[in-house]
Unconditional design. Sequence first.
Length: 260
Amino acid sequence: MNKYINTIKLSATKAFDGGLIYILGQYLLELAKLIFLILIWESLAKQGADLGIFSFNELLIYSLGAAILAEQLNVVTPATTSFWEGSIISRYLRPMPVLMHLSLETIGSWLPRIVIFSIPTFTTILITNIELLSYFTESIGHSLISLTLSISLGFAIDYIFASLVIRFKNANYTAYSIRMALITFLSGSVIPFDLFPYQIGKILQILPFGSLASAPLLILLDKGDAFELIALQMFWNLVLWPLAIYTFAKSKERMVSYGG
């Protein structure tokens, strides 16, 4: 157990290698993005725009949840960059499974954001709008189950993507950028699926990406069938985890061409 805890600690402190100012600047940009999004929802609400199944407060909670849980709703492990750097090889010499090591590193990297950005932002918004607290008490149980399944699925998707990226050779950064843009859009973390035109939102909801962000946020707001959404998340976990393990194992055959 100590080796797992120490790995998380080392990964958490590594975030400060660039200095505190670098980290604070990054989180200030995240806060600015959240504020602008909230202002957009507020402007639309005042103009009487159709917000679908949501009220302004519900959209506020949706955007807040997506912001403070951004790293958990779109899991990005060090796997992709370690393939390109060649550092993935050294992880095979450490006393734990590679996927476990990468997962613990990722969890550790979440801690600075949780402490510096997520908790203060969440607390501040609740203080300014105490009515929002009711949303976090009514369906918190199902939301936590859904969030756990979302994180698990996020790891599986990232490992599949990392295994495929190795075939892009030196174009891995381009592939990574495309992946981040697509998942942000397809997961519903910025714009709820209900606000999409035609039937696009319903189609995206049943895809694995919809189980990353949209599902836990909808369950939190009691805007979807919790059992149906959780069942869909469990299905995608059962489908994609074996695929992730298989593709990651196959990628070992090509690792030697990256950094030795």
